[in-house]
Write a protein that binds this ligand. Structure first.
Ligand code: FAD
Length: 466
């Protein structure tokens, strides 16, 4: 029919994985079509994820820093927050990036087709744009359909006072009492924003610590700081019911102190993300999707059907933008005939809370659980001149070494930990050891020195019982 097109490589979904794959394939000479259901390119990360959250987190940081400058002899009045303007500013950051993507697509002659794409056969996608249907036939396909927030059956998600991360980023108002259900990265980042804006925040986490992926000692400085600011941090606690009443959302929780019922103005549900694999009708092309919605791939990002690739959140954990980008490059290069594999040793994770929590590679908890012989070097930031001059001393840099004294993991907590972790990721990729990190001259006084110092703190004792 009219509007039907053929692509050498079609990419389904324009998030960080999808646009990266599309651009890379085009740069390698392929005729590329990029299908996206939403009005702007960029997926979750640019529109309702990484970028808007970081824009708001910056404002949160300025507010809390201003509050704390009293000890330095500098006082500011209580900030006046113009929510509409803050929203506009956040949107302007998002629009600058998503608009930039459209320009980059045009420059590469990547054809963007708007609408919801479903596979209808091994070489065909049908696109539904508000009822107007067209098809894209393809030689090769990259599924980059991403993920969406998990909903829970006992929560009234249709009540406007129950929000997910997208709703939280909309910043409709500043609720007086906010319950954040889920103490993972997304929940805690949003909590950081709403706390700075004046909400009384309660965190509920099912596990025995917040940010369960990171080591407890690395999370502790964050826990300690927000414990002093938030109403409550309830670990080992689960929400069992949420009732919408005129007075608010009545939440039933079960924890170490038994059952507690409390009423909140808003509930942010941040209990994880579900992959969209089940929504693209992959079976029509012979591509298997598991019961969770994940699509299994090999190290070349190929699904069980060799000309169909999958990347990003839809293929598995960790659901992070930089992983999706890396996989997108691999898929595009393999599609263009290159010998490429996904062979990254590690993928760093960062919570952009205050302080930031970052970790990469093997954690101490994991080493213990797996009975690995490891050693560690730990440097407390209370001894870092740069950290003290920021008025912050709670940070920690920890390196984990294997029996050859090679660095295999790190956990860092403190301002800018997310930037600092990149050096350790590189060190792990390069097979660096304690001496490499200890003998590399770092600029003084910087927070980056803490990596250097942590390596020097390593005493060369490798044991299986740390
Ligand atoms: P997505 O970004 O999910 O994009 C998928 C795209 O496909 C979407 O645009 C969707 O509309 C489109 N699509 C889906 N199905 C179809 C279809 N059938 N037809 C047409 N289009 C379709 N990660 C980080 O690394 N750092 C962070 O700081 C960070 N912060 C986050 C904060 C929040 C609040 C959230 C929710 C996530 C955050 N993430 C962060 C995770 C990050 O956003 C995801 O890992 C990343 O977006 C995954 O990229 P992707 O390309 O796999 O898919």
């Amino acid at each position: 029919g009219a509007g039907d097109v053929h692509a050498e490589v079609v990419v389904l979904g324009s998030g960080p994985g999808g646009y990266t794959a599309a651009f890379r394939a085009a740069d390698l000479g392929k005729k590329v079509v990029l299908i996206e259901k939403d009005s702007s390119l960029g997926g979750v990360c640019l529109n309702v994820g990484c970028i808007p959250s970081k824009a708001l987190l910056h404002s949160a940081k300025v507010i809390t820093e201003a509050e704390e400058m009293g000890d330095h002899g500098i006082s500011f009045a209580k900030p006046e927050v113009d929510l509409a303007k803050l929203r506009d500013w956040k949107e302007s950051v998002v629009n600058q990036l998503t608009g930039g993507l459209s320009g980059l697509a045009k420059a590469r002659k990547v054809q963007v087709v708007k609408g919801f794409g479903s596979l209808v056969g091994p070489n065909m996608i049908e696109v539904d744009n508000d009822g107007a249907k067209s098809t894209v036939s393809f030689d090769q396909c990259v599924i980059a359909a991403g993920s969406e927030p998990v909903t829970l059956p006992f929560i009234p998600h249709d009540d406007p006072r129950v929000i997910d991360s997208t709703g939280a980023l909309e910043l409709e108002d500043v609720p007086e009492r906010l319950l954040v259900l889920g103490g993972g990265i997304i929940g805690l980042e949003m909590a950081t924003v709403y706390d700075a804006l004046g909400s009384k925040v309660t965190i509920v986490e099912f596990m025995d610590q917040i940010i369960p992926g990171a080591d407890k000692d690395v999370v502790k400085p964050l826990h300690k700081r927000i414990e002093g600011r938030y109403e409550a941090i309830l670990t080992k606690t689960k929400v069992t019911a949420v009732n919408a009443t005129d007075a608010g959302l009545e939440v039933t929780m079960e924890g170490p102190k038994g059952e507690v019922v409390d009423t909140f103005d808003k509930v942010l549900v941040a209990v994880g993300r579900r992959p969209n694999g089940g929504k693209v009708n992959a079976g029509a092309a012979g591509v298997a999707v598991d019961e969770h919605g994940f699509i299994a791939v090999d190290s070349q990002q190929r699904t069980g059907v060799s000309h169909i690739f999958a990347i990003g959140d839809v293929v598995g954990q960790p659901m992070l933008a930089h992983k999706a980008v890396h996989e997108g490059k691999v898929a595009a290069e393999v599609a263009a005939g290159h010998k490429r594999h996904f062979d990254a040793r590690v993928i760093p994770s960062v919570a952009y809370t205050d302080p930031e929590v970052a970790w990469v590679g093997v954690t101490e908890t994991q080493a213990k659980a797996e009975g690995m012989k490891v050693g560690k070097g730990v440097f407390p930031w209370a001894a870092s001149g740069r950290s003290l001059s920021l008025g912050r001393s709670e940070g920690l840099t920890k390196l984990v070494f294997d029996e050859h004294e090679r660095v295999i993991g790190a956990g860092i907590v403190g301002p800018n930990a997310g930037d600092l972790i990149a050096e350790v990721a590189l060190a792990i990729e390069m097979g660096a050891d304690a001496v490499d990190l200890g003998h590399t001259i770092h600029p003084h006084p910087t927070l980056s020195e803490t990596v250097n110092f942590a390596a020097e703190m390593f005493e060369g004792t490798i044991t299986d019982l740390m």
